[in-house]
Design a binder for this molecule. Sequence first.
Ligand code: HEM
Length: 244
Amino acid sequence: MEVEGTDWRDKPNDYLQWWLDTSQDTCPILLMRRMLSFNFAAIHSTSHTFAQALLKLAENPQYVQVLRDEVEAVVNKHGWTKDALSEMRKVDSFFKETQRFEGISILALTRIAMSDLTLADGTFIPQGTVLAFPVHGMHHDDAVFENPNAFEPFRFAETRNKESNGSGNQMTSLSPDVLSFGLGTHACPGRFFAATVLKTMMAHIVMSYDVKLEDDTCRPQTLRVGRSIVPNPAAKVMFRKRVQ
Ligand code: HEM
């Protein structure tokens, strides 16, 4: 940038370049820390969510054709476009339900009380207290979800079909009931990108392959590592090129 100024041919359009363009402080150590924390937020979250959804699909191969029918219909209408992805309500719901059923963490919305706080019910929270929401438990609360311990991949699509604008229950919508992407000011800013990547990958897979668990085995149990929920790395999914 010292040589080329603010614009040049083949200038990268990426996160590092945004920082270089907008930040006063271009110290390499600071930039490296920002890149690493951003990578940490973006990569395992997306890959774990995809692995969980793929395992759910392999465990329930009867849903492959349902998803394929939807993808085929919207891609015939819109091509492989953003509009097509927006209309993939079942694919979207499949991920939202995967996140509800087996998210990436048992806790979320970790916050520190910046000052003493008394809640409406009288609970006193001293300054400096670390707080978090037990999202996994909340996502399995039968006061909020019907049949919460069943994986019902199209439950959010069905709810959306009953809504007037159909947007309240899409994967990227935030609500106190589904906290997979957090809530409030610090809710995940990468969720739209993540949803686009995840839905595109799933759409490609169902259009190209049949999937099932290895030799009809049971899926190895999901792991708990501290507060994290981790897809079991021993799980294997078999792919067979789709017969047209
Ligand atoms: C399925 C994938 C993802 C999941 C489940 C996820 C989940 C979350 C959650 C739960 C939070 C905390 C929200 C809160 O405390 O209220 C968060 C924050 C964040 N996520 Fe994501 N995330 C995903 C993908 C991504 C991607 C792809 C990016 C970047 C491209 C990203 C960037 C961030 C950043 C920068 C924050 C911090 C926001 C802040 O503190 O203001 N995430 N994410």
